[in-house]
Write a new protein. Sequence first.
Length: 79
Amino acid sequence: MWPVLEPGGVVIAVPKLQYRHEDVVIIRHNGSEKIKRIWTVQGGRYDVRGDNPSKSTDSRQFGLIKKETILGKVIWPRV
């Protein structure tokens, strides 16, 4: 993510009722947690992207995600 979140670093996230464009969120995908930025919201589904497109696995590969997949919005560190 930009600014860069270091692997193994600690983040704090809180669940929200609604998520918006550019929110940085933690999602659960294929049994692991990933940090992504919400790119667009389409019909209640979210297009999430990593900030490093050449190294990121995101909605461009696995498609739009449901809200239930989002664990929370990252609030610390501020991104």
